[in-house]
Design a protein around this ligand. Structure first.
Ligand code: NAD
Ligand code: MG
Length: 396
């Protein structure tokens, strides 16, 4: 029986890499539905190649345009257009696996729908878990869903942990997430005032969407990943450590009680964790090139406390601060950061103001234990509106 797949965010960096892996294994995978925001022509090409039953666009005008083009090209895909279209394609009875590759908290509701419906949920959309927290994990438990990480660090950790999660807290001393340090690792903190979106998006090792690229430049990506790891692996925040490893060869590590360290290594290509999630517990060809140890010159490491990294990347600490604060604080931090990154990409605020905006929003919004999807969405909206006002003041 083929695995039937919905890809949320199919036109993005993770979405297209997912379809690249899927296309290598027509005997294993079949595409049930695709979704995207605005790229109608790429979506049309994906519909022609993968022949999904459904396609979803984020707005009515894009849906209509896609529907016209699908008809003109004689394709059979139905363009679903309703407010809950993403939830429908994420939870349909005919779907086995959902790749969550939308960027931002916009992906939360379909993730929860997939979780409640008991799907195999491949999570690239880290913001959904950072916002959803325990509500997300409860949905996975209640729906008996299988949650598999796609983020390369979390895939590496998952591959380095024992199979039985019940043993993790007893056996594991700590998790060490590696971070490349992004494009600004060696710049003086003061010079970051004036960097442009183009410079921030030029990542040395990975080619990714613009939002996560900016997050890598501020290291807010690592902050979100620390929170993601906290929820995925259930250890205490004090057991989560970060080290800078500029070559991105070790994707993360697990240190055990006896000091043994187990790591996962590979070339920086997201098709590896994607293929792992798709095939787990099996292994299939991913299309990535293998690491060549004979040509590998160096693997280096830098402590966060050295080289001025705390001044350069002040946002990283917010992960532990938010995890120590009341439930919902991670959702506030995520909302602030989404608004701040968008404002920076629009050239409304400076790069160094991303952190100021995150701090100002965390100070202004006190979450009151959000325990449902609606409560989370309301908190997300409230934090966004506070962050937008702060961005307006900074831009003025
Ligand atoms: P991207 O910007 O390249 O793609 C995002 C996709 O989501 C696109 O298909 C877009 O059309 C869709 N989308 C955006 N906003 C939407 C909305 N409001 N409603 C519906 N669809 C929407 O981003 P990406 O780099 O592929 O990242 C996707 C997710 O995966 C992010 O959460 C990111 O943090 C995570 N991730 C990405 C990488 C990577 O290498 N790119 C690695 C690890 C984790
Ligand atoms: Mg990552």
């Amino acid at each position: 029986m083929k695995q039937r797949l919905t890809v949320l965010g199919s036109t993005g960096s993770i979405g297209t890499s997912t379809l690249d892996v899927v296309a290598r294994h027509p005997d294993r995978f079949e595409v049930f539905a695709l979704s995207a925001a605005t790229q109608v022509d790429l979506m049309l090409a994906q519909c022609a190649q993968f022949k999904p039953r459904f396609a979803v666009m984020a707005s009515a005008p894009h849906s209509h345009l896609l529907a016209e083009k699908i008809k003109a090209n004689g394709l059979k895909t139905t363009v679903l257009q309703s407010p809950d279209a993403l939830e429908i394609i994420a939870s349909n009875d005919d779907v086995d696996t959902v790749m969550a590759a939308i960027v931002g908290s916009a992906g939360l509701a379909p993730c929860l729908a997939a979780a409640w419906a008991g799907k195999r949920l491949l999570l690239a959309n880290k913001e959904a878990l950072v916002v959803g927290g325990d509500v997300f994990l409860d949905a996975v438990r209640e729906g008996a869903a299988t949650l598999l990480p796609i983020d390369s660090e979390h895939s590496a950790i998952f591959q380095s942990l024992p199979e039985d999660p019940a043993t993790w807290s007893q056996r594991v001393e700590k998790i060490i997430l590696t971070a490349s340090g992004g494009p600004f690792r060696t710049r003086t903190p003061d010079s970051l005032r004036d960097v442009t979106p183009e410079q921030a998006c030029a990542h040395p090792n990975w080619s990714m969407g613009r939002k996560i690229s900016v997050d890598s430049a501020t290291m807010m990506n690592k902050a979100l990943e620390v929170i993601e790891a906290r929820y995925l692996f259930g250890l205490t925040p004090a057991q989560l450590d970060v080290v800078i490893h500029p070559q991105s060869i070790i994707h993360s590590m697990v240190q055990y009680r006896d000091t043994s360290v187990v790591a996962q290594l590979g070339t920086p290509d997201m098709r590896v964790p994607i293929a792992y999630g798709l095939a787990w517990p099996e292994r299939v060809e991913s299309g990535a090139s293998a690491l060549n140890f004979h040509a590998l010159s160096a693997m280096t490491f830098e402590a966060i406390d050295d080289h001025g990294h705390r001044d350069r990347f002040p946002g990283l600490q917010l992960a532990w601060d938010a995890l120590a604060a009341p439930q919902g604080t991670t959702a506030v931090l995520n909302a602030a950061n989404e608004v701040a990154v968008a404002a920076f990409l629009d050239r409304r605020i400076r790069f160094d103001q991303i952190h100021h905006l995150n701090l100002a929003t965390l100070e202004a919004v006190s979450p009151s234990n959000p325990d449902s999807l609606n409560a989370l969405l309301a908190l997300d909206a409230q934090a966004r509106s506070v962050a937008e006002q702060a961005a307006g003041r900074l831009a003025a």
